[in-house]
Design a binder for this molecule. Sequence first.
Ligand code: NAG
Ligand code: NAG
Ligand code: NAG
Ligand code: NAG
Length: 182
Amino acid sequence: MASHSFLIVLVLALCHSSAHGAAPASSHNPTQVTTTPTPPPNVANEFLQPHNQARAAVGVGPLKWSEMLANATSRLVRYQRNKMGCQFANLSDSKYGGNQLWSSGMAVTPRMAVDNWVQEKNYYNHTDNSCAPNHSCGVYTQVVWRKSLEVGCAQATCVKEQASLTVCYYDPPGNIIGESPY
Ligand SMILES: *[C@@H]1O[C@H](CO)[C@@H](O)[C@H](O)[C@H]1NC(C)=O
Ligand SMILES: *[C@@H]1O[C@H](CO)[C@@H](O)[C@H](O)[C@H]1NC(C)=O
Ligand SMILES: *[C@@H]1O[C@H](CO)[C@@H](O)[C@H](O)[C@H]1NC(C)=O
Ligand SMILES: *[C@@H]1O[C@H](CO)[C@@H](O)[C@H](O)[C@H]1NC(C)=O
């Protein structure tokens, strides 16, 4: 299947206006004390580790895996697979932050997807929070967004279109316009 390893990748990040970003973030009581957290399954770790490595590289604390967010992205990518040929989802009304990766030509592992987002770091200038022309630093800034605490992700593959879609949700959302990620 991969004798011609031709890979096209497109990434998309969601930006939130500050008004939207001011959504209530604290109506859930913290319940960490009641249970010892079970280690997330492997696929969760494959998503989580490259996120947290990129965050540690700039002094930002780790994200926690959220089964609720993972389930939400799982429902979303299944819908995009079944109805939309694995195109990007429209997340403009989402209350979460969202990173997406569409790829054609070969399967993409969770780590490859996150690594693609993190590569945009090369085009990001933290001094003035700017991005080189024609690049999408938003996927990187969402990965390292300090105020985002939880992540959940899922992937789907469309056989006919030979494409796959990866989506991660972040809570609270990052990429608040006018704010620096860290
Ligand atoms: C997520 O989905 C799994 C499998 O369907 C289910 O067992 C679990 O309760 C769900 N968790 C949350 C937090 O929604
Ligand atoms: C996404 O949805 C919003 C609101 O539902 C709509 O205004 C916008 O045009 C949609 N964007 C695309 C690319 O379809
Ligand atoms: C980043 O932005 C600052 C301020 O605008 C500028 O002085 C610096 O040269 C930029 N760095 C790079 C690598 O472009
Ligand atoms: C960015 O993309 C536009 C439109 O595709 C193109 O006209 C422009 O030359 C590109 N700029 C750079 C710096 O590559």
